[in-house]
Write a protein of this length. Structure first.
Length: 410
């Protein structure tokens, strides 16, 4: 493979990065190079980034050139929270919600997550793999070059493990969401956790990078979440929590106490919860597409950033609460609904999302030595990625130095 020179780009925008997750004013410090280039080494890492006027002589023979005229480059986007391992769909539920039913009512009536559990258990492993790959291709088409995927729609041993394998084989970072809901064959949450921790965790801990729990009314309470997370941490997994989606039920203090990587959702986080997160190293992952899709209050993204919290953005892609693979749409919602600037939104779904996945040393920035994951936008200004609502501005996605034409990714 030869080197790749992406030249004459209208703009190149990237955060310069720091060692830890970005917070406060640092989230806004995106560098923008006018008329720039990105030079990629044959091994798929970035060799250099700069202005065309400073382009070193690259020689003609071993360099493939990609004309960036009229395009802007940003780092490959990082989706640190998705649920792609599922069967079936929830289009019927979507229609019922449009007619007035609420998500929590449908869940309590055995619909919602549990209906997807039944549909997922009905798939064999190849079919599940096929589904995850299909979702991953769509994420890539929207500019996502790194993604995390959770299990949590199997909730029995075989389907949970098959989900984690499917996510890994599709190129995702895998999270065992073993505590997503209580499946019908168990009498209560404690009995289900007895099973999951004894029967599933020993293998899940070999297949997953992290563990996650849905700490919420109707799912798992703080005592159960602590038990689950303590066991997962002892098995070597990083910790994540779904918290404060509908109610503040103790997710933030628990995450801080256990040293979790993130607490995700935060739609219900109030004035007391914000400083708890802000004073910690736990990243607050906000999911505005989920709030929009369920017509729920938006998470307090602006207040979290202003309080000094490390904030990341993600899609929460799943069939029930956020059927959306597009981080550009999420960035747009971050600007219009959460009042984050485009620069803050970019940092949140590149550098900070990479920190949530423990990979900020290799991805999330356009910098020498980083993976050559680059999104080329059909736009004269990189901020169109948020500005052009659902505008399909992703022209080409480059993953590890190889260009994937956007349409081919589907
Ligand atoms: O992050 N809240 C819990 N889990 C998912 C939704 C799952 C579903 O509705 O299928 C979420 O929103
Ligand atoms: Fe989620």
């Amino acid at each position: 493979m030869s080197r790749l020179l992406i030249r004459d780009l209208a703009q190149v925008a990237t955060h310069p990065g720091t060692d830890g997750p970005l917070r406060g004013a640092a989230l806004r410090e995106v560098d923008v190079i006018e008329r720039g280039y990105v030079l990629v080494d044959p091994d798929g890492t970035i060799a250099a980034v700069g202005a065309m006027r400073d382009l070193p002589s690259v020689g003609a023979s071993d360099v493939e050139e990609l004309d960036g005229t009229g395009l802007s480059a940003i780092p490959g986007l990082v989706d640190c929270h998705t649920h792609p391992a599922f069967g079936g769909d929830r289009v019927e539920e979507f229609s019922l919600r449009a007619a007035g039913a609420t998500y929590e009512e449908l869940h309590a009536a055995g619909g919602g997550i549990l209906s997807t559990v039944a549909a997922t258990r009905a798939l064999d492993e190849d079919a599940l793999l096929d589904r995850v790959r299909r979702h991953a291709r769509r994420m890539l088409a929207h500019g996502t070059t790194t993604w995390e995927g959770k299990s949590g729609y199997g909730l029995d041993r075989d389907t949970e493990l098959a989900s984690l394998r499917a996510i890994r084989r599709s190129g995702g970072s895998s999270t065992w969401l073993g505590a997503h809901a209580v499946p019908p064959e168990h009498p209560d949450a404690d009995a289900y956790l007895d099973f999951a921790l004894a029967e599933v965790l020993p293998v899940a801990s070999q297949l997953a990078d992290a563990a996650d729990v849905f700490l919420e009314r109707g799912a798992f309470d703080a005592v159960q979440a602590r038990r689950y997370l303590d066991a997962c941490r002892a098995a070597g997994l990083a910790l994540r929590l779904h918290g404060d989606q509908f109610t503040e039920a103790g997710a933030n203090p628990l995450a801080v106490e256990l040293g979790a990587r993130s607490v995700d959702h935060l739609e219900a986080t109030g004035p007391e919860g914000i400083p708890v997160l802000a004073a910690s190293d736990v990243v607050g992952v906000v999911l505005p597409a989920s709030a929009l899709f369920l017509d729920r209050p938006m998470p307090p993204g602006r207040a979290l950033v202003d309080a000094g919290a490390a904030v990341a953005l993600a899609t929460d892609f799943n069939p029930g609460s956020a059927f959306c693979e597009s981080l550009p749409v999420v960035m747009s919602l971050a600007a219009t609904q959460l009042k984050l600037s485009p620069a803050e939104a970019l940092s949140a779904c590149t550098v900070n999302a990479a920190h949530v996945l423990g990979r900020a040393d290799r991805i999330g920035r356009l910098a020498p030595g980083f993976a050559a994951d680059v999104v080329l936008l059909d736009a004269p200004d990189w901020r169109y990625v948020a500005y052009h609502l659902a505008g399909d501005v992703v022209a080409t996605v480059i993953k590890d130095g190889a260009a994937v034409p956007r349409r081919a990714a589907y």
